[in-house]
Design a protein around this ligand. Sequence first.
Ligand SMILES: [Zn+2]
Length: 119
Amino acid sequence: MSQQTMRGMRLGAQSLESEIGVAYSARSTHSYQCPRGHQTSVVFSAEAELPDTWQCKTCGGEGVLVEDGKIIELNHEEKTPRSHWEMLLERRSREELEEILQERLEYIRERRSAGKADL
Ligand SMILES: [Zn+2]
């Protein structure tokens, strides 16, 4: 979305001054549709995790996320990124990891005792 369109949007009660430097590009607009068909547009920070539902501005009903008029089913399980640790565990057993850790610790200790480590 261009900065021009963002500038035309209501961004809440913030003063103009505090909006400067807040980075318009870091926001995105999403629509929620209630069971009666009202659409409510909500501006989120680009990094925000979108809520499943949003209260309808018109009737107070529970709106669900829509995109291009279609209801989006949020699957949080799939969306949740795996941690580095979880990915590591898929590739190596816990025993292997312990071994690698021990090797690494020994290496660091040796360097430290040799007086050349600032790890
Ligand atoms: Zn509604």
